[in-house]
Design a protein around this ligand. Structure first.
Ligand code: GDP
Ligand code: MG
Length: 438
């Protein structure tokens, strides 16, 4: 995965303090391969890499980030920017709003029409009508009718002896008289782009004058996605895309291809066969998914938000001169708790061992217990836990209403905590990435 590849490259150049042409190319090569593996179109990848290279070069002189971190950050930000930076809702202000679903056969048009009808009814209080304009397979009409029955959403359908143009013309009239404020037109698809289909879709567009033409794309279609997106957009001028089957193996690289080729927003994603398996499209989440380093990226952000660099530096200094005690551990534990479940954070950092102790949701409760034990110790004991003999342990346990085993657990935790502190000392608080502080 990209994550593994980037970790490798990062390792290679971690020790280096400047971004040279050479280590930069190393990183970019890995990113290129990973994007290709995520099924981003070849040409798109090439342009993306070129663009990223230019960006990175421009930023070389600024700031104190390490080269690897810089490149990861640039790639992530570029991905988000490319994917659209913000959620793009479907446009349903008009009455009626007319939405035309287009795409290849099997991409998920009919299913998505049902999902969107349900979404608009349940979430936006709309009264949708679905139109069965895929007349080439009788099964397609039945499929939409069944969907309509399941959802309790009306479906306008006629026999296969009518043309799609006739059906849509009548359906618009029907929708108006029935006060449907959203009209979803489910069209036919082919296995490949084909001129007759495009002609028919153009006709339907002219008749329906749709407010949204949503291109439905199967995320599993891989390299083909770029072609499909370009052809449909050139011919019809789509207004948005629906990326389906993201519940499968796809990393979602197709989202990049769609955006790159058409520039239109991705409005929905399909995450399963069920009618509730639909989501709005969040560019940052998708960037994380494609990059495969979402955890690292969110860690960076979280760490930047709450990490108290001064406190940590104090603790690290104490570690170094051997004066790190139980009170200092408490301070650190509070800080780590602010950052979220520790295991979650450690898991995000490459090379970090797992520390189950503060990991659970009840870590707050555990912190309370730890506190009460430490508070029943003398100052001297807190500063030099080595002096805590069994006799002292018994006294401490009594003082806080716990048993000796609890005191032992705490002291063990202290040893662990020292290890964590050592590692925290290796994390650059500005980036959350491992790397020795200067
Ligand atoms: P159409 O030919 O474009 O109308 O495609 P359909 O809506 O008939 O969908 C084709 C197949 O893909 C059906 O078996 C759907 O259940 C399935 N499908 C559609 N969307 C999704 C999705 O988001 N996830 C999964 N797993 N399957 C989907
Ligand atoms: Mg269909």
């Amino acid at each position: 995965s990209l994550s593994d590849r980037l970790q490798e490259s990062l390792k290679k150049i971690r020790g280096q303090s400047v971004l040279t042409d050479e280590n930069m190319e190393d990183m970019l090569r890995e990113i290129r391969l990973a994007l290709l593996e995520a099924d981003v179109n070849f040409n798109v990848v090439k342009e993306f890499i070129d663009h990223t290279r230019e960006k990175a070069k421009g930023q070389n002189v600024v700031g104190s980030l390490k080269p690897g971190q810089l490149v990861v950050k640039i790639v992530h930000d570029e991905l988000v920017e490319l994917l659209g930076t913000e959620v793009s809702e479907i446009n349903v202000d008009k009455n009626p709003t007319i939405i035309m679903m287009v795409g290849l056969q099997g991409s998920g048009k009919t299913t998505s029409a049902g999902k969107i009808a349900k979404y608009l009814r349940d979430k936006k209080g709309k009264k949708p009508l679905m139109v069965a304009a895929d007349i080439y397979r009788p099964a397609a009409i039945e499929q939409l009718k069944t969907l309509g029955e399941t959802l309790d959403v009306p479906v306008f359908a006629k026999g296969t002896e009518f043309s799609a143009e006739e059906i849509v013309t009548e359906a618009l009239e029907y929708g108006r008289t029935n006060n449907n404020d959203v009209i979803l037109i489910d069209t036919a698809g082919r296995l490949q782009i084909d001129e007759r289909l495009m002609k028919e879709l153009e006709n339907l567009k002219a008749i329906a004058n749709p407010d949204e033409i949503l291109l439905v794309v199967d995320a599993l279609a891989g390299q083909e996605i770029a072609n499909v997106a370009q052809s449909f957009n050139d011919q019809l001028g789509v207004t948005g895309a629906v990326l389906t089957k993201l519940d499968g193996d796809s990393r979602g690289g197709g989202a990049i291809s769609i955006r790159y080729m058409t520039g239109v927003p991705i409005k929905f994603i399909g995450t399963g066969e069920k009618l509730e398996n639909i989501d709005l499209f969040y560019p940052d989440r998708m960037a994380d998914r494609i990059l495969g380093m979402g955890d690292v990226v969110s860690l960076v952000e979280k760490a930047q938000e709450v990490y108290d660099e001064k406190e940590s530096m104090k603790a690290i200094t104490k570690m170094q001169n051997g004066t790190f005690g139980l009170d200092d551990m408490l301070v650190q534990m509070h800080q780590l708790q602010k950052m979220g479940p520790l295991s979650g954070i450690l898991k995000m950092i490459p090379g970090m061992p797992k520390l189950p102790n503060f990991s659970d949701e009840d870590s707050a409760a555990k912190l309370k217990i730890t506190e009460s034990i430490i508070y029943s110790m003398t100052k001297e004991e807190r500063r030099h836990p080595d002096i805590i003999t069994l006799k002292r342990k018994e006294r401490i346990a009594k003082g806080c209403g716990m048993d000796v085993a609890a005191v032992n657990r705490l002291l063990k935790q202290f040893e662990e905590s020292k290890k964590v502190m050592k590692m925290m000392g290796n994390i650059d608080p500005r980036t959350g990435m491992p790397g020795r502080p200067k």
